[in-house]
Design a protein around this ligand. Structure first.
Ligand code: GDP
Length: 300
């Protein structure tokens, strides 16, 4: 995974130097914590997250668990690993399915974040697991969006629900509501609602997304965020949290050469778990997110 490459290398260097030492003095630990702090800031991790993360590491590293350890350096690495898992959300969080189908999953995020692609990825992933997903086109803002979703649906072998031209076009709330009835009638067990996004956070579209949310009461609202957006990640995530109160995060474009800051900040600043990671344009480039595995990749 290209993302985190530099951060990973920097942390590896820090730990290599630390391992050369036997016992660790308080100043060794301070020096290490400083290097970790710089590496995270350079990786675009939000400042508040860096501050909290490094102060937790420092506090634990100065305590008994390191001074009494047979291998103090290894113990520090273990602490960093634990704390990384913690800022990435702790336990893996799986999708919540409705007790009575259909399960409704709504996607929200900026334009270009990867929502439409994600709709296809999720559909394919769910279908493999025996589900019958229905993709719903509620991005009626971009002329091309419905066509794009049809292409993705076909690739995923899933059905699509979209407004007939001239029939309800322009009213995504209505389309979303109708899609649930359609899913019930035709026995689709999962409804995946693609919504419109702008390049920047936009009050009107946020209201539209909030209205869709209110109308269909989804089981999950997934906020899709492009890992490449770096420093803007926190403000964007907070705006969507206020606007649509998402239940989980999907990180997209983790295959790019982003510095990883978005990934490391978003769960922590919103308190919402990262549930999936997208790692390419293909529908198979997608996986459930495991905080512990991601931490290991970063510290590899
Ligand atoms: P939307 O506007 O949020 O619906 O975003 P799209 O799904 O249309 O994605 C925008 C662009 O990003 C498209 O060219 C996708 O092929 C691409 N894309 C989406 N997810 C990923 C990913 O995980 N990795 C890469 N490299 N590209 C992606």
């Amino acid at each position: 995974m290209a993302t985190f490459g530099t951060l990973s290398d920097r942390l590896a260097e820090t730990f290599k130097n630390l391992r050369k030492k036997g016992t660790l003095s308080a100043s060794d630990i301070d020096g290490t914590v400083r290097e970790i702090r710089r590496a995270l800031i350079d990786a675009d991790v939000a400042f508040d997250v860096v501050k909290e993360f490094t102060s937790r590491i420092r506090e634990r590293a100065l305590g008994d668990e390191v001074s009494k350890a047979l291998n103090p350096a290894q113990q520090v690495v273990q602490i960093v690993n634990d704390e990384l898992i913690s800022i990435l959300g702790g336990e893996q969080r799986r999708l919540e399915f409705a007790k009575t189908p259909p399960t409704v999953i709504m996607l929200a995020g900026l334009q270009g974040a990867g929502k439409t692609t994600l709709a296809g990825k999720l559909a394919q992933w769910l279908a493999k697991d025996g589900h019958t997903p229905l993709l719903v086109a509620c991005d009626l803002q971009r002329p091309n969006a419905v066509t794009q979703l049809s292409v993705v649906a076909e690739q995923a072998g899933a059905s699509i629900f979209a407004p007939e031209p001239g029939n309800g076009v322009g009213d995504p709330v209505r389309v979303a509501k109708d899609s649930i009835k359609h899913a019930r009638d035709k026995q689709y067990d999962t409804v995946i609602i693609d919504t419109a996004g702008r390049l920047g956070v936009d009050a009107e579209l946020m209201k539209q997304a909030a209205n869709i949310r209110k109308a269909v009461d989804p089981d999950e609202v997934l906020f899709v965020i492009d890992a490449m957006i770096g420093q803007d990640a926190v403000a964007t995530a907070k705006a969507f949290q206020d606007g649509v109160d998402f239940t989980g995060v999907v990180l997209s474009k983790l295959d790019g050469d982003a510095r990883g800051g978005a990934a490391l900040s978003v769960a922590s600043v919103t308190g919402r778990p990262i549930m999936f990671a997208s790692t390419g344009e293909g529908l198979g480039d997608f996986e459930p997110f495991h905080p512990d595995r991601m931490a290991s990749r970063i510290l590899d």
